[in-house]
Design a protein around this ligand. Sequence first.
Ligand SMILES: C[S@@+](CC[C@H](N)C(=O)[O-])C[C@H]1O[C@@H](n2cnc3c(N)ncnc32)[C@H](O)[C@@H]1O
Length: 220
Amino acid sequence: MAVRPAGVDGVYTDGSWLYTRNLTPGRSVYGESLHREGDVEYRRWDANRSKLAAYLKRGGRVWPFAPTSAVLYLGAASGTTVSHVSDVCAQGNVLAVEIAPRPFRDLVRLAESRANVVPFLGDAARPEAYRARTRAVDVVYQDVAQRDQETIFLRNLDLLRSGGTAFLLLKARSTDVAADPAALYRDAIDRLRRADVSILDTRRLDPFAADHAAIVVRKG
Ligand SMILES: C[S@@+](CC[C@H](N)C(=O)[O-])C[C@H]1O[C@@H](n2cnc3c(N)ncnc32)[C@H](O)[C@@H]1O
């Protein structure tokens, strides 16, 4: 089936799968399939492997990612989702922060073939360590699966430009393994509402990512 625009910048669909346009044709990043149409190559974007793809599959349509966007990505791991953000923001840049040395090595390899990805080995709870590496960003995307994930998120909003958009990928069971996820999402939203942000969207990501929700906010 032919690949066509999916309705948000830089994302395509064949009616079933999502795709991004491959910035490094011929290269697959995590074993995803490549799909050529004419002289354009697309990479399949698996919603079971990437919560940002899951957000779109669950109907999310707040989409600040544009070709020239500057993105601060927290919890980059080996770069699965980073690679798709890099495809979408092809003329922009992605500062990708990861705390664990092992996945960071893969991230460095990814950045060797993608000039718009800047890997940073560090703790997202300490944004002062990477503040100098970027201008105020258009988008913050956080997926750290940590107990203090909202505190980390609020701290990083200092690096977001006024009017910019931030995604918090919230893992309910990181906060309290026994608590009801819906109650935890409500608490997180209440806490964000008390900060200088407006809530644009909240969306559960089950069944693609169990016990996860995306909370999307605008600053200022
Ligand atoms: C669920 S994985 C991220 C998956 C990735 N976002 C993707 O979609 O390809 C969470 C990652 O956050 C990292 N992490 C956890 N705490 C962190 C922190 N304080 N600062 C930076 N990275 C952190 C973990 O090492 C792990 O690689």
